[in-house]
Each structure stands twice: as C-alpha cells, then as structure tokens.
Design a protein around this ligand. Structure first.
Ligand code: ZN
Length: 238
C-alpha cells in the first residue's frame, strides 16, 4: 500500500488538471448512509423501497410520505467533511484539482472549501418552489412539518435528481469537457455502476486513471493504479 501511495503522490505532483469523480463512498466516511448499498437503507424496514419513494411520480402523488422519508433518511445531522473532502479542497487551491464531479447531494465538498464542484444529482442545500421558483434553504425543509410549502402556496421541491428525472444536460456537458481536458482522473468511492458514471468517464483521454474503492469495479482493469481501501485514508496520505 505504501508503494502505491508513493505512486499516487507522484501522479498528483506531475498533474495540473486533476478531475476527481466521486460516489457515495466519499460521503459514507462522513457518516452519511448510502441507500444503494446492501448494508444501507435497502435492508431497512420501510413501506416502499427507496427507489420508489425517491421517484418523481411518488413525490407528486405522496409528498407527505416522500418528505417523511427524505427527512429521516437523507438528512444526517452533525456531519462534517472527512479527509477526502479536505485533501481535494487543498489540491484545488494548490492548482492541482480542476474539478470535483460528485454523485453526492450533501454539499460536503463545498463545506470543505472546494469551489469547482459539479453535483450531478443535485443538492439538498437548494430547494425551489414548483410554482414561482422561490429559493428555500435546507433548514426550511428540515424545520417544517409535513410537506414544505412556499409563501405563494406552491410545493417546495429539493433540487435533487429523483428517479424518473433526467440529469441536467449542461452539467453532463461540463463534466465531459472537464474530463476531456483532465491530465489525471481519480475515481473514488463508487463502483461506477450508477448512471451516468460509466458513460461519463469514457470522455477522459488522459494517460493515467486512479481508482480508489473498497470493492472491485468493472473498470479495475483500466486503472493505472488501483487502491482497495478507504478514500479518506488514501487521500489523507497525500
Ligand atoms: Zn412559490
């Protein structure tokens, strides 16, 4: 492992525009459960599976139940960025990392100080009235009971991409551009099985790809460097 960390350090040293592509594993190390993983919420008791509750049609038909689940399962109080978030923010300020592309919706990268963050699945920190577009903070959503409504009477929807909803095309285009221009791609905390991860990283033309994940992924064979371990532990050493 030590040798591999040295290789990673060298790769980072020799790069000028690193793109970090991160998945749920980056957040789970901050104590946020991954509802797609086996040990996560799927195995917990709930009337419907998460992918149904977190779908657009369910949200529109049963907003009460949606928000009950959303508040209980998607918010974890007192979470803080971990070493992975902190190192990525530092590397951005040192001019090494050009962007973080994340599938997480918790805003922890920004909290750690990263500025160029592409949130493919949106963010719990942005909420908008479906009628007039007024903005609401995450506190507004967590503090009120039941369905959050706007002053105008419209329902407030978190700016997170639900099942049945499509991803923001401009974010996908931006991600593709950043990946095309990157000279090092570090992928962490994702098995790359969730759309659109696998498709997006094909835009990367650079020489070396680094994969940091606790479990094997379908891309292990393409990685210049494969680190099977905790993303916080690995990045924390560079
Ligand atoms: Zn409104």
């Amino acid at each position: 492992m030590e040798d591999k960390i040295e290789v990673l350090q060298k790769l980072v040293e020799n790069s000028r525009s690193i793109v970090f592509f991160g998945g749920a594993g980056v957040s789970t190390e901050s104590g946020i459960p991954d509802f797609r993983s086996i040990d996560g919420l799927y195995s917990q008791q709930w009337a419907y599976p998460p992918e149904i509750i977190l779908s657009r049609s369910f949200f529109l038909q049963h907003p009460d139940e949606f928000f009950r689940f959303y508040r209980e399962k998607l918010f974890v109080s007192g979470v803080h960025p971990n070493r992975a978030h902190e190192v990525l923010a530092r590397l951005e300020h040192e001019g090494k990392v050009s962007a973080v592309i994340t599938q997480n919706i918790d805003g922890l990268h920004q909290q750690a100080g990263s500025e160029k963050v592409i949130e493919l699945h949106g963010s719990i920190h942005r909420n908008y009235c479906m009628e007039c577009g007024a903005f609401y903070t995450v506190d507004y959503i967590t503090r009120c009971d039941g369905v959050p409504y706007c002053r105008c009477g419209g329902m407030v929807k978190p700016d997170v991409v639900l099942y049945e909803e499509s991803l923001d095309t401009s974010l996908l285009e931006q991600s593709a551009r950043l990946l095309r221009d990157a000279d090092l791609l570090i992928i962490g905390g994702t098995s790359l099985s969730v759309y659109p991860a696998a498709g997006l990283i094909r835009y990367y033309n650079g020489r070396d790809m680094v994969l940091i994940n606790k479990t094997p992924t379908g891309f292990d064979g393409q990685a210049r460097l494969l680190l099977n371990g905790s993303i916080g532990d690995v990045l924390g050493q560079i």
